[in-house]
Design a protein around this ligand. Structure first.
Ligand SMILES: [Zn+2]
Length: 90
């Protein structure tokens, strides 16, 4: 069974990342958008504005940087790799 994406109590979409309600965009007292944001590449669902800013956008930027590094043949280094190379100093 897939997990609920609509909060049965509030009728609002549930963020696929933080699991809080996605607040609809209201303009002049009318809901003009209630579908949140695309959560790709974090998952295939929808997400709230907060997760879009704090999680999804940084993940997209990281993916973009890794793609560029791959194109140029630069090996991706994790934080742990860098720490190990520098004997624990960043
Ligand atoms: Zn969220």
């Amino acid at each position: 069974m897939t997990e609920d994406i609509i909060n049965k109590d509030t009728g609002k979409l549930i963020c696929s990342i933080c699991k809080f309600d996605v607040e609809p965009l209201v303009k002049e007292g009318r809901v003009i958008w209630d579908q949140g944001n695309n959560a790709w590449p974090v998952n295939d669902g929808r997400c709230c504005d907060e997760c879009n800013t704090q999680v999804v956008t940084p993940a997209r930027i990281t993916n973009m940087i890794r793609e560029r590094q791959k194109e140029k043949g630069i090996k991706y280094k994790s934080y742990d790799d860098i720490m190990e190379e520098n004997n624990g100093k960043f």
